[in-house]
Design a protein around this ligand. Structure first.
Ligand SMILES: Nc1ncnc2c1ncn2[C@@H]1O[C@H](COP(=O)(O)OP(=O)(O)OP(=O)(O)O)[C@@H](O)[C@H]1O
Length: 297
């Protein structure tokens, strides 16, 4: 990777299906070696965006560059490859035959045994694809995507159907690749995966980017903290009147106060009430996701 262009550059990208604006003026630059989570609720436009990066869908407006090339050039040169959600597998072939067949389409593919090993499916190489589990088929798609040794790997809900161990092994392989310079953009609903494995989280909703940064920055963007305290016989209405309190929840002797000014609320609890065991926590990524996307799911 000698060129200086960003690994991915999306500029003013839009795509509509009839009246549905699936992607709405997305601008995004991703540097080589970054692992970026493309996080958003159903219908946010994630798959449509990935399709445009792969040249499978044509933008209404805007441009996509992969290392300074058009998607078609980048795919042809094996610079970008993808693990998409479904399709593309022949049920009658074995796992190994599938990889061998796909390898024959590339002028310069990685060795079959190497990608089987990397995708964690060397032990089931002789199994027919039709009897493989959903998670095993996802790993097979991952193996196929590794064949051209792409600079940019796109993953659409890659760990769907994988068990916990499979997920962990999958992400270990991805992080290992990224450390060697591979760029990864993955679409996901899994907040924990975005939090645990991405260097950067791009939160999309309604076809637009609504937050972009580290998981911590995205959380901070939906500013707010929870102040938790023990307060027997708490007066919910009185607490709701305390300056800075956005919401009050009472669970037995515990009160939870949502606020953008946690210091002031904690001070009030400790000086003006009988509260004890005061704790302040940042909201989780899930809260930020719901707040910033306006989603209720
Ligand atoms: N071929 C199509 N024809 C009509 N509408 C489409 C088509 N593809 C996508 N859409 C619509 O565009 C919007 C964005 O869809 P997209 O699949 O990109 O979202 P997504 O974020 O990938 O969702 P999910 O997480 O559910 O996969 C949705 O409202 C969807 O119904």
């Amino acid at each position: 990777m000698t060129d200086r262009a960003p690994a991915l550059r999306l500029a003013g990208l839009s795509k509509s299906f009839g009246a549905v604006r699936a992607v709405d003026r997305i601008d995004l630059e991703v540097s080589a070696g970054e692992v970026v989570a493309f996080l958003g609720p159903n219908g946010a436009g994630k798959t449509t965006t990935l399709d445009m990066v792969l040249g499978l869908a044509v933008p209404d407006t805007g441009t996509v560059e992969v290392h300074g090339r058009t998607p078609e050039q980048a795919v042809r040169e094996g610079r970008v490859a993808a693990v998409m959600q479904s399709g593309g597998l022949l049920r009658e072939l074995t796992v190994r035959e599938t990889v061998e067949l796909t390898a024959s389409f590339f002028a310069d593919a990685r060795p079959v045994d190497e990608v089987l090993e990397r995708a964690g499916i060397a032990r089931i190489a002789g199994r027919r694809v039709g009897v493989c589990s959903g998670g095993q088929q996802q790993r097979l798609r991952f193996a196929l995507a590794l064949l051209p040794d792409p600079d940019v790997l796109l993953l659409d809900e890659p760990t769907t159907g994988m068990d916990v161990e499979g997920r962990r092994a999958f992400w270990a392989a991805i992080r290992d690749d990224a450390a060697r310079g591979r760029t990864v953009l993955f679409a996901t609903h899994f907040l924990e995966e975005a939090d645990a494995y991405a260097d950067r989280v791009v939160l999309v909703s309604g076809g637009r980017v609504v937050a972009d940064g580290t998981a911590a920055q995205v959380r901070a963007q939906a500013a707010g903290r929870t102040v938790r305290a023990t307060l027997p016989g708490a007066d919910r209405r009185a607490l709701a009147q305390v300056p800075g309190v956005d919401a009050v929840e009472v669970r037995g002797d515990t009160v939870l106060l949502r606020t953008a000014d946690s210091d002031a609320v904690a001070r009030h609890l400790l000086t003006a009430t009988a509260a004890c065991d005061v704790e302040i926590t940042s909201r989780g990524l899930e809260d930020a996701f719901l707040t910033l996307t306006g989603s209720t799911a």
